[in-house]
Write a protein that binds this ligand. Structure first.
Ligand code: ADP
Ligand code: MG
Length: 238
């Protein structure tokens, strides 16, 4: 069964049609990258998937269950944004466990989930530090750690690395690849960096003006872009 299934997803803001019918299947454990120009609807689509915004038309299912009317907290989805605000007065462990404390998860379980996530992200030795005592890359890992501890069914990333400098982006790209290997959780990853998409994704979805131009493996898109737009975006010249 597909982990995530989108059928005819439309989204309009007033008279403006932003998403014009998106069909997409994401398999369990798959890493899918959404790429496309600024304003094509990538963030809007992620917001619909996690339930922060309402679908205008179409159907969305997670693990075979239609979730159109399921509130965000019940969807089992965690989202990582490019601007990640950590609580400055809390430690790393405090930041990572915060959502779990709010949800009433028992202390020992919070402790073990935070420890496990810190291990995946290699920030075990920073758990007692405050955010100001961390580098940019370490802070970004804490932000990702907050998502991991929730043990979501799907991770959504909205350009998580675009605020980082080039060297850090490379470091974090490797980190996310490791996270993908170790957790095996389904991930949907928005980026405008084609190298990120090509190196991380099992499947790339090229969006343009609210529609899907092409879906395929990085190699497919590179070797067989269906049109000039896709070729210009990630493929070889055509
Ligand atoms: P992307 O993430 O691909 O850059 P977005 O999904 O953020 O694109 O935006 C797609 C389009 O939808 C843009 O034209 C944007 O102005 C419009 N849009 C997004 N959110 C809203 C909103 N809440 N109200 C009106 N228009 C919006
Ligand atoms: Mg966006």
């Amino acid at each position: 069964m597909a982990k995530l299934e989108l059928s005819g997803i439309r989204k309009s803001f007033g008279a403006v049609d932003v998403l014009k019918g998106i069909d997409l299947t994401v398999e369990d454990g798959e890493f899918v990258a959404f790429v496309g120009p600024s304003g094509c609807g990538k963030s809007t689509l992620l917001r619909l998937i996690c339930g922060l915004d309402e679908i205008t038309a179409g159907q969305m299912a997670i693990d075979g269950e239609i979730v159109n009317d399921v509130p965000p907290a019940k969807r089992g989805i965690a989202m990582v944004f490019q601007s990640y605000a950590l609580y400055p007065h809390m430690t790393v462990a405090g930041n990572m466990g915060y959502a779990l404390r709010l949800a009433g998860v028992p202390k020992e379980e919070i402790h073990s989930r935070v420890a496990a996530a810190a291990k995946v992200l290699r920030i075990e030795t920073y758990l007692d530090r405050k955010p100001r005592q961390l580098s940019g890359g370490q802070r970004q890992r804490v932000a990702i750690g907050r998502a991991i501890v929730r043990e979501p069914r799907i991770f959504l990333f909205d350009e998580p690395l675009s605020n980082l400098d080039a060297a850090l982006r490379v470091e974090m790209r490797i980190e996310i690849a490791r996270m993908k290997e170790e957790l095996g959780t389904t991930m949907v990853y928005v980026t405008h960096d084609q190298i990120e998409a090509m190196t991380l994704a099992d499947k790339i979805v090229v969006l343009n003006g609210g529609t899907v131009e092409q879906v395929g493996s990085p190699l497919d898109l590179y070797n067989k872009p269906v049109n000039r737009f896709v070729a210009g975006f990630i493929g070889s010249p055509r």
